[in-house]
Design a protein around this ligand. Structure first.
Ligand SMILES: Cc1cc2nc3c(=O)[nH]c(=O)nc-3n(C[C@H](O)[C@H](O)[C@H](O)COP(=O)(O)OP(=O)(O)OC[C@H]3O[C@@H](n4cnc5c(N)ncnc54)[C@H](O)[C@@H]3O)c2cc1C
Length: 613
């Protein structure tokens, strides 16, 4: 068994930042990650980091834009913390060596991004995330923080009191991809989940194959609510054949969207008369699909993004990476042709419910980054607001887990007596088992007795070893890939940009079938080393649980807010829906409850307004 004060699961932007902060606060800290840190998905981030750095801009404007972008579903304490801390945390990256792009006079450059009232997106060419990872990994190495890379975290070691709010997390169990060994990692002070997004629940996504919602699922099964899962961002400019992202930076630099008739449709059809291509992402994605649905799309599938007029010099200076992506993945030369683009799953606004210190309702368990919902992005994330979330809330989670006093949190967590419970919805799910084990599987101790931390870890390790043996001993059944494909197709067909009650129910039916089929899953590869089949079988189980929460959230939220559009109710309903959707796995079925959004900021209340761009 390994032992540290703070264990950070995941070494993308959020995990690296959390580990640095915990270490600086004096904790013996370790990173446990299924990928080498610099292969984390943060490396794909192209466009930049929002921070109010310049004269004329300030954190209040950033907070206002974020709240408006969220369609008034962000919690003000989190939104304001993000906007206040981002400038200092961005400049810290600069001091650590981040090669931000610069103006002629040497100042750090900032570009406009969708939904921003000021050009505040700080960038390093079109490879911001790549540099961010390298710069922070250097700091991790410099500080001697222990990294267990290519260790796949299978489960949390959490006590099993009947009320999840009374539970404690003592560590994790992980599988060494290289040797096949399964071991416990005891955390004396806290576990921080920084496992990234669940994009692989969809089949057309800008996310890497590693984005499988592992942290979401293990936290959910241990008793942490997942929040606002219905809010999935579909980015308007992904390449049609692969889902590879073409950064919003292209539109930020002046790129233009055209339909098949050569019309600049964002203005021509009044989708966003002021901001046009730089309207918020949900607005542009719906506009593109409307063009396609009304017969003005190219090949009935996509539209064009044109950057030729920016000129070769500017493109090579600021968007060179985009040229390579368009050429390599679509065979298009962006200097001489427009690029085909369509909406693709990109980001999960929802996630593991936390307060502004990164803490969940389970003692000793934290989450930060895309896997968490603090909630900054509410119904829709603004481009350039995820990377500051990683560094601001990664830092806070690291410090808090290491014992620093950050003050009382204003955001509540957990399924308590005072919450509003969903009782009316006709949910097409039957109480049943999560994945392949009984409902209480995420919890290791039994009989309501809290074992000591070591005993708990040992029992959890034993359970995972038995589970692996069972999966490997079976020699027939169904392979995980078949189930995963079916799940991804249903989510893309029915829980996409435009959603209907009928479609969502169809998706839930397929998810239920996937859950049943998963009872017969087996691992074909008999090897104990580098067994990616085994790892992906675990990941598919997680995707099933996460997909179900996305679809359930989408079903109950009968309104149109941010990225969540419902055919039955095509307007925002502030009277009934200024609240977060929370889904908690209790007693073998998902329970849905709500918590009001916090619109009261430090000095003002954010009054919901019509959201136009
Ligand atoms: C193509 C693309 C471009 C983007 N561009 C921008 C941008 O310009 N600006 C912006 O603000 N946002 C951008 N975003 C969003 C942003 O990049 C992501 O939300 C963010 O990088 C996620 O960081 P993370 O640290 O939460 O997760 P990740 O970087 O995905 O890291 C997850 C980590 O968790 C580990 N992990 C996962 N599961 C396990 C497990 N079971 N066991 C052990 N380890 C595990 C992985 O190994 C990895 O280290 C972009 C997103 C995409 C997809």
């Amino acid at each position: 068994m390994y032992e540290h004060d703070v264990i950070v699961v995941g070494a993308g932007g959020a995990g690296l930042r959390a580990a640095i902060a915990a270490h600086e606060a004096g904790a013996d800290t370790a990173l446990v990650t299924k990928l080498h840190p610099v292969r984390s998905h943060t490396g794909a981030a192209e466009g930049g980091i929002n921070a109010a750095l310049q004269e004329g801009d300030d954190w209040e404007l950033h907070a206002y834009d974020t709240m408006k972008g969220s369609d008034y579903l962000g919690d003000a304490p989190a939104v304001e913390t993000l906007a206040q801390d981002s400038p200092e945390d961005t400049m810290r990256l600069e001091h650590w060596g981040m090669p931000f792009s610069r103006e002629e006079d040497g100042r750090v450059s900032q570009r406009p991004f969708g939904g921003l009232s000021y050009p505040r997106t700080t960038y390093a060419g079109a490879e911001t995330g790549h540099h961010l990872l390298h710069v922070m990994y250097e700091q991790v190495v410099k500080r001697g923080i222990q990294v267990y890379d290519e260790w796949y975290v299978m489960n949390l070691a959490t006590t099993d009191e009947p009320d999840p709010n009374d539970r404690t997390c003592h560590g994790v169990v992980a599988y060494d991809v290289q040797s096949g060994q399964i071991e416990g990692f005891k955390a004396n002070d806290g576990v921080i989940l920084a496992t990234g997004g669940p994009g692989q629940a969809f089949d057309h996504t800008t996310n890497a194959v590693s984005c499988t919602g592992d942290g979401h699922a293990i936290a959910y099964r241990a008793g942490v609510p997942l929040e606002d899962m219905e809010f999935i961002q579909f980015h308007p400019t992904s390449l049609p054949s692969t889902g590879v992202l073409i950064s919003e930076g292209v539109r930020g630099e002046g790129g233009i969207l055209y339909n098949e008739k050569g019309e600049r449709f964002m203005f021509e059809y009044g989708y966003a008369n002021n901001d046009g291509e730089l309207a918020s992402r949900d607005v542009v994605s719906r506009a593109e699909l409307t063009e396609v649905n009304e017969g003005r799309g190219v090949n009935d599938e996509y539209v064009y993004l044109d950057m030729r007029h920016l000129g070769e010099e500017r493109i090579l200076d600021r968007l060179e990476n985009i040229l390579h992506l368009a050429e390599d993945f679509e065979g298009v030369d962006g200097l001489v042709e427009p690029m085909p683009v369509k909406p693709g799953q990109h980001y999960a606004m929802g996630g593991i419910e936390t307060d502004e210190n990164g803490q969940t309702n389970i003692d000793g368990l934290y989450a930060a980054g895309e896997c968490a919902c603090v909630s900054v992005h509410g119904g829709n994330r603004l481009g350039g607001n995820a990377l500051p979330e990683l560094i601001v809330f990664g830092k806070r989670a690291g410090r808090h887990a290491a014992g620093e006093d950050l003050g009382d949190a204003q955001i509540e967590t957990g399924y308590g007596e005072d919450v509003e419970v969903e009782t009316d919805a006709d949910l097409p799910v039957t109480p049943g088992e999560v994945g392949i084990e009984p409902a209480d599987d995420g919890v290791a101790a039994d009989g309501g007795v809290t074992a000591d931390a070591e005993g708990l870890l040992e029992r959890t390790v034993e359970r995972e070893r038995e589970r692996v043996d069972r999966l490997m001993d079976k020699d027939d059944g169904i392979q995980h890939a078949e189930i995963r494909q079916k799940l991804q197709k249903a989510m893309t067909d029915y829980v996409n940009v435009f959603r209907t009650e009928e479609g969502i129910k169809k998706a839930l039916k397929v998810i239920r079938e996937c859950r049943e089929e998963y009872q017969h899953v087996y691992v074909d590869d008999p090897s104990r080393t580098f067994n990616t089949d085994l790892q992906q079988t675990y990941e598919t189980r997680n995707l099933i649980d996460v997909a179900e929460t996305i679809a359930l959230g989408a079903l109950v939220r009968n309104e149109f807010r941010g990225a969540h559009w419902r055919k039955e109710r095509q307007e925002r309903d502030d009277e009934n829906w200024l609240k977060h959707t929370l889904i908690s796995w209790n007693g073998g079925k998902p329970d849905i409850f709500y918590r009001p959004v916090i619109l009261e900021g430090e000095e003002k209340t954010y009054e919901p307004k019509v959201r136009s761009y």
